[in-house]
Design a protein around this ligand. Structure first.
Ligand SMILES: C[S@@+](CC[C@H](N)C(=O)[O-])C[C@H]1O[C@@H](n2cnc3c(N)ncnc32)[C@H](O)[C@@H]1O
Length: 211
């Protein structure tokens, strides 16, 4: 049984904090930058970084004036605030569960989900929250590793995933099945790190969702 719960994630990411940037910065820089480029947001757009970690995306978001960052791990948010100060960037950062966002319906222009959909215990609850808080026509950018849609993981892979999902991230999630619970439309899905196992994905909330 996987230990992937919010309590466990808060604990393990607190423990990983001192070395997190060594692992997650250099190899993923190119894709963080690419994702922000593909978002193509306006400088004043209301942008949420969900599961923002230590704020490694911030250097690519300079010039954006309405940034909010949330994460379930208090230590991550402290480190992110420190980074935002060092970069001279105004970021509203707070501890929050990405499966239960404290934002109004249709209130955000964009949500950035980097290395979170394969980590968060309930990715469907998370993406439904993203759908809820996005304005019609709003954009969500995902960077993460996924199993190709429709591919079933082998028994060995399922077994290994018990360990992977507990210590690192789930290796058996597919973006198609996560997004299928929402009205979000995948506009672009391009290969990124590890020969395309990681993807940069842009999705949009249809404008006709307006009530
Ligand atoms: C792999 S890290 C990614 C951090 C950052 N997005 C990045 O790209 O470096 C996963 C992050 O998700 C956070 N997290 C896990 N579960 C969460 C939840 N339910 N709500 C919000 N953040 C969560 C962890 O605390 C951790 O900072």
């Amino acid at each position: 049984m996987s230990l992937n719960t919010n309590t466990w994630n808060r604990l393990r990411y607190t423990l990983y904090l001192p070395v997190y940037d060594l692992i997650a910065d250099r190899i993923f820089r190119k894709y963080r930058k690419r994702s922000v480029e593909l978002l193509a947001a306006k400088p004043t757009d209301a942008i949420l970084i969900l599961g923002a970690g230590t704020g490694l995306d911030l250097p690519y978001l300079k010039g954006y004036t309405n940034l909010t960052a949330i994460d379930i791990t208090p230590g991550m948010i402290s480190k992110l605030k420190q980074r935002a100060d060092e970069l001279g960037m105004p970021v509203h950062a707070q501890v929050m569960n990405g499966q239960q966002l404290d934002f109004a319906d249709n209130s955000l222009d964009a949500v950035i989900l980097h290395l979170i959909l394969a980590v968060i215990p309930d990715p469907v609850a998370c993406i439904k929250e993203v759908e809820r808080v996005l304005k019609p026509g709003g954009t969500a950018m995902v960077f993460d590793k996924f199993l190709p849609d429709g591919q079933q993981p082998s028994i060995l892979r399922r077994l290994f995933n018990q360990l992977a999902s507990t210590l690192f991230s789930d290796i058996n999630r597919s973006i198609g099945s996560i997004v299928s619970h929402t009205s979000l439309k995948v506009e672009l899905n391009e290969p990124a790190a590890l020969g395309g196992a990681f993807r940069v994905i842009r999705m949009c909330k249809p404008a006709e969702n307006v009530a």
